[in-house]
Design a binder for this molecule. Structure first.
Ligand code: ZN
Ligand code: ZN
Ligand code: ZN
Length: 373
């Protein structure tokens, strides 16, 4: 998660106003947000993941209140147009304060990442209230990025691209190093290129790449192998996420043939990601090309995920998601082909849907670049 891009009070006032419009549309009387990315998105304040409760109480009408442990209050940037601060002392019951502020609500939406202990106490204190997931209100807002957010994603994507380029130019030593050591190297480079934090740097060589979420291990990378690198971080509050594979030497024919299919499938799915096309239709474009080439059983995950202040968020590019892409939707397109025990490959870009067509945030070479590193 990390920091929040420099944003003025007006941005947060506007986001809270849009949250209220969504609440009216969904019949939600009060929105309750604690830890997670929704609270900083709406207020600029990120709650500490503490046993002491921090919770924004945002009613459909009337002012919002940020209930916060008194000792945390000095960290809050006052935004009078957005919320009033209600610090609570060590002997007070903060859940009771929230229940009092939300009294009379027929329907409450609670942030998806709120700790169960607080939700369970709230359920006890608000027996007449029906509870919904906070994402019902926040996801439609967060998934559609405004101009400044797209600019932030582009900056983050360009920084990740520069690290991918270093990989493809052979500037990151690979042969004889462990995956873990290469992962640390990539992490350092992500920071050097401007990221505030590294979210992941997965490195899988040879058969390790056949496990899509393989974590870099002590396995030593050998000459002749394909190395899959999937990395990203947070840059001024917004995430990057890119996957490139490189080949240490000329790849075997079966690898080159599969990669040609993967490349075609990924680029076709990027081109298909137009405003009005559904998420499941974009997934089907990549999947059908891979299946027609005979690798259907080896593409074992969805085509992509939304991205923004979180590395994975709505909309998900997956079969069964009928959401039509809208301007500002930002997501990954990352099909993969994995042959267990042998090799794996994935190709990933972040793309933003716009009225002018799909706008990729990544431009690093899409080929299986042969490196001598
Ligand atoms: Zn993932
Ligand atoms: Zn990735
Ligand atoms: Zn991804």
């Amino acid at each position: 998660m990390g920091g929040v891009a420099a944003t003025s009070d007006g941005v947060f006032e506007d986001r809270c106003a849009r949250a209220r419009i969504e609440m009216v549309a969904q019949g939600v009387d009060v929105l309750l947000l604690s830890v997670g990315a929704d609270l900083p998105y709406l207020t600029g304040y990120e709650a500490m993941p503490l046993e002491r409760l921090t919770m924004l109480v945002l009613p459909r009408e009337g002012g919002a209140t940020l209930v916060i442990p008194r000792l945390e209050a000095p960290r809050v940037v006052d935004r009078p147009g957005v919320f009033t601060l209600l610090p609570w002392g060590e002997t007070e019951d903060p859940v009771r304060l929230v229940a009092d502020l939300a009294a009379g609500a027929s329907v409450a939406a609670v942030g998806d990442h709120t700790w169960a202990r607080f939700v369970i106490d709230l359920l006890g204190l608000m027996p007449a209230t029906a509870f919904r997931r906070g994402a019902l209100i926040t996801s439609p807002l967060r998934s559609r990025k405004d101009e400044a957010e797209v600019a932030a994603l582009r900056t983050a994507g360009a920084a990740a691209d520069r690290v991918a380029l270093q990989l493809q130019k052979g500037e990151i030593p690979l042969v004889g190093r462990t995956e873990a050591s290469v992962s640390q190297d990539i992490s350092r480079r992500l920071l050097a290129e401007g990221h505030d934090q590294v979210n992941f740097a997965n490195v899988g060589a040879g058969e390790d790449a056949a496990s899509p979420h393989h974590h870099a291990s002590e396995r030593v990378i050998r000459d002749g192998e394909v190395v899959l690198c999937d990395f990203g971080g947070t840059y001024d509050g917004y995430c990057s996420d890119i996957t490139r594979c490189v080949s240490l030497g000329t790849p075997p024919a079966e690898v080159a043939e599969a990669y040609a299919v993967l490349h075609e499938a990924q680029q076709a799915a990027v081109r298909a990601a137009k405003v009005g096309t559904t998420c499941e239709a974009v997934d089907a474009v990549a999947r059908s090309i891979i299946a027609e080439a005979g690798y259907g059983e080896l593409f074992i995950h969805r085509t992509g995920h939304g991205i923004g202040v979180e590395a994975h968020e709505d909309p998900y590019i997956v079969a069964g998601n009928p959401t039509a892409l809208a301007p500002g939707h930002a997501f990954s397109i990352e099909p993969g082909i994995y042959l267990p025990g042998r090799w794996g490959m994935r190709l990933e870009d972040i793309v933003v849907a716009t009225e002018e067509g799909p706008d990729p945030m990544n431009h690093a070479d899409h080929a299986l670049v042969v490196v001598d590193a």
